[in-house]
Design a protein around this ligand. Structure first.
Ligand code: UFG
Length: 329
């Protein structure tokens, strides 16, 4: 049993990772300002310190609950479109958060750090699947902010000996298979919750952003990876940090088009997804699919829910049970 600091542990991927840590008997302290996350998403077994990662007093209060085996840093602004309206805020806040937390970790003698990074590092990739050797050329300020976070951690390693794992998530989706947590963003911009919401009549009809891409059915292809599998990847990455720092691309390795996702939602839910077609969304690459070979080979990670049907089924169950998200709990 060990104790972990999880920043952003009230958010979507963070809360599922807190569950995974608690399930295996670890102790968890969550640092979250609840600006995007939800108090009800923090499992009862975890301790919540409410505050921002770039607030030295909040970070100090969190580290006072240590010592920690490792820090898992999820807290960040994460909307690609938003980041293009306010790039300096995204870069400033995301870099300030990681540097403040990693700096405090080094001071406290905690030398293992797991960063939520993103496929957005790769911008418009030359080829798919995307492995770790591909060119890093973010096409958004969000992607750039995460690249800078990875680079900052490389300096923490050089100077403080801190080891880090940068996990570049592709499209996180689904919900805890036991129904203990789910996806609740405000505003919601992600395809699967919007499609389920439309099918359930909780949200307006969905707009498909472009059907003239160079893909088999003209809609964008993405690699959807179950949030519980993402959480498990964090646990798998930790032992590697005994030896070295790592960067892993994290997806299922299979791409699905927007139309295939809508078909799957309709099939799983047993009702159609009301939708129409609109123009492309700025900054959307035609296809993003991960090669997670390095992660699998080096950590033994294997997704438990690789099938899109299962990802959608768990998401559907959570949204159907929580039509108002965490507000209804
Ligand atoms: N889409 C629609 N209509 C919608 C919402 C989404 O057609 O109303 C489409 C998008 O154009 C895209 C796909 O559905 O082709 C998936 O879109 P999401 O917004 O769900 O996810 P993104 O692929 O845009 O972004 C996700 C994460 C980002 C991360 C990125 C990297 O949310 O944080 O993956 O792959 F940077």
């Amino acid at each position: 049993m060990a104790r972990f600091l999880v920043t952003g542990g009230a958010g979507y991927v963070g809360s599922h990772t807190v569950l995974a840590l608690l399930d295996r008997g670890d102790e968890v302290v969550v640092l979250d300002d609840l600006s995007k996350g939800h108090r009800a998403a923090v499992p009862a077994g975890a301790t919540l310190v409410q505050g921002r990662c770039d607030d030295p007093r909040a970070v100090e209060a969190a580290f006072a609950r240590g010592p920690f085996e490792a820090v898992l840093h999820f807290a960040a602004l994460s909307l690609v479109g938003d980041s293009m309206r306010d790039p300096m805020r995204y870069i400033g806040e995301n870099v300030a958060g990681v540097t403040a937390v990693a700096g405090a970790a080094a001071k406290a003698g905690c030398r293992k750090f797991v960063l939520s990074s993103t496929a957005a590092l790769f911008g418009f990739p030359d080829r798919i699947p995307i492995d770790e050797e591909q060119r890093l050329e973010p096409a958004s300020a969000y992607g750039e902010s995460k690249l800078l976070c990875e680079r900052a951690l490389a300096w923490a390693e050089k100077v403080h000996g801190m080891r880090f794992a940068a996990l570049r998530y592709f499209n996180a989706a689904g919900a805890d298979p036991d129904g203990r947590a789910g996806e609740d963003h405000d505003p919601e911009t992600h395809l699967i919750p919007l499609a389920i919401g439309a099918a359930l009549g909780l949200r307006p009809p969905l707009t498909v952003f472009g059907d003239d891409y160079d893909t088999p059915d003209g809609t964008c292809i993405r690699d959807y990876v179950h949030v519980t599998d993402l959480a498990e990847a964090h646990l798998r990455a930790l032992p590697v940090l005994e030896e070295r720092s790592v960067r892993y691309n994290l997806g299922n390795g299979t791409g699905y088009s927007v139309k295939q996702v809508l078909d799957t939602v309709a099939r799983v839910g047993g009702r159609p997804v009301p939708h129409g077609y609109g123009p492309r969304r700025a900054g959307d690459p035609a296809a993003l699919v991960a090669s997670s070979r390095r992660l699998r080979e080096e950590t033994g990670w294997m997704p438990r829910f690789p099938a899109l049907e299962d990802i959608v089924r768990t998401a559907w169950a959570w949204h159907a049970a929580h039509p108002r998200g965490y507000a209804g709990r």
